[in-house]
Design a protein around this ligand. Structure first.
Ligand SMILES: O=C(O)CCC(=O)C(=O)O
Length: 321
């Protein structure tokens, strides 16, 4: 399943590549089941307090939280945030590691970053609820969120929908062929509090919408502008975004979070210090690879419980422009 020469050429020319059917329905099932378990647990609270009339257990994966949200927007959002976990990347169950370590995906990643692979600290589950403005992510490059000295390195994002991602439910949009032009000017305080590159600062190339089936994977560079817009459907557009980098790209795999003091020079830091990177493949020290759910949880917890601050990288507020 590794990338062909043609696919590699496309990725490097366009800044993204769609890999259809990389995950089977069965491969996605553990993550869907783990999410469903959290929905089930969290929905019991508003149900017992009369805020919600039922648990909607008979609804399919894509519809269940949408039905809860339609009945009680507040309960729906609370449950969505609980699934995402603390800081947005707090979901660290066995199913997440299993998805990150999916062998066909790692073969593709190896084609892009080499055999020694680090799982980049920033991964997210995104429950894009119908009509929830926080589900709409304005134009940005992922590099806008990482420290400036990492702009020159490749960090690959794998965007993976757990349900079909359509124009109606808010699939991803990308701007092709501009990732070699470097970092765009981002602003803080954009739509729903995200970083944003405003329309007038975007490259002139036409954006492309990328509708995808559940299990397709979209591979993006960290300099590929992308965004997603409103979900006007009646399903939750569930997706995960995972990130990978070569072992030579700055990371915190062997650092204690306490080493990230405010005085420290950012150029000596991991690309995204607040969360824990983890070793996926290390040909020199296979024993250090994070393979067990318990090891993964410990590594993520260590940073979650002592989260280093993210040094600013000079982006100014959108409303001041
Ligand atoms: O899932 C989305 O709608 C946006 C994802 C995104 O911006 C990202 O993965 O960087």
């Amino acid at each position: 399943m590794s990338l062909s020469a043609n696919e590699l050429g496309l990725f490097h020319a366009q800044g993204y590549l769609l890999k259809p059917g990389l995950f089977s329905d069965e491969d996605l099932q553990p993550l869907r089941a783990a999410i469903t378990e959290i929905i089930d647990r969290e929905a019991r609270v508003p149900c017992s307090e009369g805020e919600l009339t039922q648990l909607y257990t008979d609804e399919p994966f894509g519809k269940r939280l949408a039905r809860i949200h339609a009945e009680s927007p507040a309960a729906g959002r609370r449950i969505a945030l609980a699934v995402m976990g603390k800081g947005g990347g707090g979901f660290k169950g066995p199913a997440m590691l299993q998805t990150i370590r999916h062998a066909p995906l790692l073969s593709c990643i190896e084609s892009l970053v080499g055999p020694d692979i680090v799982g980049s600290s920033v991964y997210r589950i995104r429950p894009k609820l119908p009509g929830w403005d926080r589900g709409e992510v304005p134009w940005h490059q992922d590099a806008g969120y990482t420290l400036a000295h990492c702009d020159r390195h490749l960090i690959v994002t794998c965007w993976l929908p757990l349900v079909d991602a359509t124009l109606e439910n808010g699939c991803l949009h990308v701007i092709p062929n501009v990732h070699k032009e470097g970092i765009l000017r981002h602003f803080t305080g954009g739509h729903a509090g995200f970083l944003e590159v405003p329309h007038e600062a975007l490259p002139s190339q036409e954006p492309v919408a990328v509708p995808m089936n559940a299990g397709d994977a979209l591979l993006l560079t960290n300099l590929t502008p992308h965004a997603s817009f409103a979900n006007t459907s009646d399903v939750v557009r569930w997706s995960v975004d995972l990130r990978y980098q070569g072992a030579d790209v700055p990371n915190n795999t062997s650092e204690d979070p306490a080493a990230y003091t405010p005085e420290r020079d950012p150029v000596t830091m991991a690309c995204y210090p607040p969360e824990a990177d983890f070793v996926i493949r290390d040909s020199n020290n296979p024993a250090g690879e994070v393979r067990s759910a318990e090891h993964f949880r410990q590594i993520r917890d260590r940073y979650e419980n002592n989260r280093p601050a993210m040094p600013g990288r000079g982006w100014t507020p959108l409303h001041n422009r």
